[in-house]
Design a binder for this molecule. Sequence first.
Ligand code: 5GP
Length: 192
Amino acid sequence: MKELEEKILEEGIVIGPNILKVDSFLNQQIDCKLIQQMGKEFAEYFKDKNIDKVLTVESSGIAPALATALELGVKCVFARKQQSLTTGDNVYHSSVYSFTKQVTNELIVSKNFIKEDENVLMIDDFLANGQAAKGMVALVRQAGANPVGFGIVIEKSFSDGRSVIENEMGLEVYSLARIAKLEDGKITFVEE
Ligand code: 5GP
C-alpha cells in the first residue's frame, strides 16, 4: 500500500536492532484516514472468504481490525493480554512469547465472542516471528472456528513470521507493507 510505505518512510523511526517505531500513526497516535484505507484494503482482499468475525490483539491491532470489520460489516473482537475483572472464567487462552518485549503474554478471549464454525480473519499491526499469529490461531481453534488468514499492517520480512503462517499453519497472509531491511536507520521495502 503506497500511502502506508510513504508514511513509514516519513515518520517511522528505526530503534534498537530491527525494531520500527510507528507511534505517530499506528501505535499511539492514530492516523484515522490511513487506518480507514487499511481497512478497505484488507476487506477488499478477503471479501470472498465469508468472514464472520475479525480477531486481533490489544492494543495496537484494534484500530486496523476495527476498520476492516467495519468494511466487511462484521464484529471485531480483541484478545486481551491480561485478565480483566469483567472477563470471568469462560475464556479461551493461549501464551505468546514476545521477542521485542522479551516477555510471555497470555492472550485471553471470552468464549462468548468466537463461536464454532465461524470464519475468522486475524489482523495485527506487525508480523515478526509469528508468535502473536500462533497465539491467535490457537484461540480460534479452541473455539472450533476456522482461521481464514492474516491481514498484517507491517511485515518484517527478514523474520520468520510469514513462513510460520504459510508453512507451519498453512494459512494465507496479506501484508500492506513488507520490510526487507532495517539497517543503520534506513528502511528498505521488499521489491514486489
Ligand atoms: P511476532 O509475534 O510476530 O514476533 O511479533 C508481532 C508482535 O510484536 C506485534 O503484535 C507487535 O505488537 C510487536 N512487534 C514486533 N516487531 C515490532 C516492531 O518492529 N515495532 C513495533 N512497534 N512492534 C513490533
